[in-house]
Design a protein around this ligand. Structure first.
Ligand code: ADP
Length: 162
């Protein structure tokens, strides 16, 4: 059984994240979307438990996709979950540099774990959680970027619906 851990902030989950998870679940036996629960310098939109709840609802029809959070090194978490793969999504050349650096570090400290990148579908290349947060804060429509229940949760925070 090949398990992949798909780590991220998922603040909030977008249709781009879900496309990567859906496609990965056709390759791996189990995909764990794992929210990295750490104190981050910038203020998150949602706390980890809300991000998990939004992820759970978004993946309820994806039987091979599971949702979890973790606080330790990603490679250590992957080992604990019995995963041999860390999955990441790649949108553009600007994603490449930091992902490549992180993959090199992870390979050095955990040669038993493979880092696998899936290229974004062209429909989702411009999608990011930060775009969702920025558009929503300015009152713009985000319903094309995220599932309906995420749109509702984000609009609830900004106190308006568009
Ligand atoms: P992080 O803070 O770790 O970058 P994110 O939640 O922003 O977490 O993203 C998690 C992973 O999903 C990253 O590998 C990121 O490149 C990838 N990703 C984000 N948005 C998309 C998208 N629209 N298409 C494909 N991959 C994406």
């Amino acid at each position: 059984m090949t398990i992949a851990v798909y780590p991220g902030s998922f603040d909030p989950v977008t249709n781009g994240h879900l496309d990567i998870a859906t496609r990965a679940s056709r390759i791996f036996d189990k995909v764990i979307m794992a929210v990295f629960d750490r104190p981050i310098s910038k203020q998150p939109l949602f706390d980890v438990s809300k991000r998990l709840a939004l992820l759970r609802e978004a993946t309820q029809d994806l039987p091979y996709v599971h949702v979890d959070s973790y606080t330790i090194l990603t490679v250590e978490y992957a080992r604990q979950m019995g995963a041999r793969v860390i999955l990441r999504g790649m949108r553009s050349q600007s994603d490449f540099e930091p992902e490549f650096r992180m993959a090199q570090i992870n390979r050095t400290i955990a040669p038993d774990i493979e880092i696998v990148m899936l290229m974004s579908d062209h429909a989702y290349t411009s999608f990011s959680s930060s775009t969702v947060r920025e558009l929503a804060s300015l009152g713009a429509d985000i319903s094309w970027l995220v599932p309906p229940h995420v749109t509702a949760a984000v609009e609830n925070i900004y106190g308006h619906s568009v």
